[in-house]
Unconditional design. Sequence first.
Lengths: 281, 304
Amino acid sequence: MSEQSTGRSGFTPAYLDRVGSSFTDFLGTTAPDLLPGRRTLPAVPVGELSPHATTIVSVTFDGGVLMGGDRRATMGNLISSRDIEKVYAADSWSVIGIAGAAGIAIEMVRLYQVELEHYEKIEGMTMSLDGKANRLAGMIRGNLGAAMQGLAVVPLFAGYDLDAAEGASPGRIFSYDVTGGNYEERGYASVGSGSLFAKNSLKKTWRPGLSGDAATRTVVEALYDAADDDSATGGPDTVRRLFPIVYRVDAEGAVRLPDAEVAAVADAIVADRSAAENREG
Amino acid sequence: MTMPYYASAEQVMRDRSEYARKGISRGRSVAVLTYDDGVLFIAENPSSTLHKVSELYDRVGFAAVGRYSEFESLRVAGIRLADVRGYSYNRRDVTGRVIANAYAQTLGEVFTQQMKPFEVELCVAEVGDTPESDQLYRLTFDGSIVDEPDFVVMGGQADAVTANLRQHFSHGLSLTEALRVGVQALSAVSPVTAANGGGQLPAEQLEVAVLDRRRPKRAFRRVVGAPLRALLADEPAPAEEPGTTATHAPSAPAPGTPPGLGDPAAVDTAGGTEPASAQPATQDGAGGGTEGTTPDGDAPGTQQ
């Protein structure tokens, strides 16, 4: 029975093997060519050929965690996309934002979403938040070869910890490096080319125990500050009405904030900044 | 495989069928019924962790009777097939028919080529956009596959339950009515109710799940705890119907394909354009398929 015959003929033995609940591991044995980390790459730097996605920001607030990303993807000195989405719900309780080579990153997010759902369906329960963070680290590790040639993918992962101890904040943020290193962050984190400026902004605006609305403002403001100084990060586009994507994860699950809500926050920030500018001028 | 004595093929098949049938008839029954908003699974199952009913994919569910270890490995295989297909094609390209065909092939192969056939009977159900497009496939141990229109009953007293359902089932039942009809039919033949001198199976003895076409992405949802007891108690519609709707609300905007790979207006994209995805309102949170992981305990019970 060949692999291609699945679905027309019966299941191959690999399908009926009751070992493991990881989709990635399963693909590794049955269809390794579908995995992003298993391809042979040309031995030349190819980073310039691929669109790169940039700044992602995540902060905790009193009820959980927020993650936002700007809408720009760049290819060298060109803007390859103005409305790319870089923050996704990984499952009902966690979100993932991506910086780096957009094609590989988006493929990785798709694989990661299936990975979490697959586990959930097979085991009948959701993976623990630390388990999810570790699975993602494994995926990044598999991409190290591509990263060395300029196709690095660095995600930011955040989620609502359903098993959080009493008194501990249920919203948790994990950052990664290209080698798959996995670090839990306190309070706020940022990745991507504008992350330096975004972090500096958060340092001044973020406080522990912010309300959801106030935290949303810090996220959008940090992205504004990043766009101010980093050419690869897009600011609020008031002409096309394109604003950052912001996800909130709290006790009710992961939701994407409505565009109108983010637009209102961004408009308020733009208004405040221009008022301050004109006062000085 | 060497055969010490000659046995005709007919005899061998008959023996295997008998063996499989015997194994299946020892188990308790499972009923799968269509109702106006989708497909309802009812299993008589005292265990709350060893499930007979499961989610396979967004719009596809699974129910089985027989030997647990065997149908569990088939269930996992079905989930793997669905996820591989959905990942390499698109989520919309996963249909109940594909999975049912794979099951039929596998069961048929095992039945003809192995000494011991699988002692299982399966139902693959797919919920469509309209009641007419709902599909129920019944698969038996020998790999035969039947497309059933209204309901499928499998397991121990399948014939008696089917006869009971034929009398009481009709098209377009509400969830409450369908559950009542189904539980009644299962209770009529259950050894548990017989031991207690009749009556209805209690919620603890039942495993109930629905494929609800109104849910945007993953249609499968288990009905457990307080909502199940409320449904079983047949509470008056005003008190119970809104609660059903609330717990059926999507727990999250569909974590779906990235933009550019699908239609933003379609339910399987991550785009938050549809108003439903902007609502954080949900009780069961776990995005369908799982249970019991709500942060505030038995949240589905808090009906609104």
